[in-house]
Design a protein around this ligand. Structure first.
Ligand code: PEP
Length: 259
């Protein structure tokens, strides 16, 4: 049985002090489970202190982004090479990066390559915008994002990679439009189909595919129950320790029922 992956993306929130406090709260409400992997993605600034403070039996760290060159005159950037001893994972190509910072498919491809080269598992975010969805382009967008991001990745390396399906129209839309599990199932199946086309059936099975988009403690189960959904990426709800604790708890109960 694959471990369920639950990623907390704190985005550009929390000072280092607040981040430590939230980890402390997580620690109180979350019990370590063998089959659940809880990953915290704080701001880059908080990675170092949290790497010392957090209970490694319960939590792993992810960066929210990094620069694909290992070193050089890239003022203001932090490279994957600099993060390699601090984090297990790095989010790559989050829609916020694509929308606010104009990240191209090629830049995302280079970041995926740099992550793998430095022993960091990339969590590659893909997903269509509302406009693309309304124009019936969802499959094309998923196809283009996957084929470009994985261009330099071998089938062996695929085992470390996570693909997060995050339809842009479903991110942080609390009380707005949410993705229906049926739509998610189609997208997850299509992602695995694409991986099968590129790398074969075994790879399509082992690659981890997770869902992100306004996940909360009430609906997380519906997503995790979908065949082929290996976890969730949680943004806003992860800033609330009680909600995030309930999300981890739901994942645990579901795993337990399926044993
Ligand atoms: C995200 O940050 O990737 C995300 C899915 O956020 P939210 O849960 O707030 O939609």
């Amino acid at each position: 049985m694959k471990k369920t992956l639950i990623v907390a993306n704190w985005k550009m929130n929390l000072t280092t002090h607040q981040a430590s406090t939230l980890v402390h709260r997580y620690n109180q409400v979350i019990t370590g489970h063998q089959n659940i992997e809880v990953v915290i993605a704080p701001s880059t600034l908080s990675l170092q202190p949290l790497s010392i403070e957090l209970d490694r039996r319960k939590f792993r760290l992810a960066a929210q982004d990094a620069y694909p060159k290992d070193e050089g005159p890239y003022t203001g950037e932090v490279s994957f090479a600099m993060l390699r001893d601090l984090v297990h994972y790095c989010i790559v190509g989050h829609s916020a990066r694509r929308v606010y910072f104009g990240e191209s498919l090629e830049l995302i491809r280079d970041k995926v390559g740099a992550a793998v080269r430095n022993g960091i598992c990339p969590i590659i975010c893909i997903g269509e915008t509302k406009h693309e969805r309304d124009s019936g382009e969802t499959k094309q967008v998923i196809h283009d994002q996957i084929t470009t991001a994985l261009k330099n990745i071998t089938s062996d390396e695929l085992e470390t990679i996570v693909i997060a399906y995050e339809p842009v129209w479903a991110i942080s839309t609390f009380q707005g439009e949410v993705a229906k599990p049926d739509d998610m199932q189609k997208a997850i199946d299509y992602i695995r189909f694409q991986i099968k086309e590129l790398y074969g059936a075994h790879a399509a099975e082992v690659v981890r595919v997770i869902y992100g988009g306004s996940v909360n403690e009430q609906d997380v189960r519906a997503y995790l129950e979908l065949p082929g959904c290996d976890g969730v990426l949680v943004g806003a709800a992860s800033l609330n320790y009680a909600k995030f604790g309930a999300i981890v708890d739901s994942a645990y109960r579901l795993q337990h029922e399926q044993l």
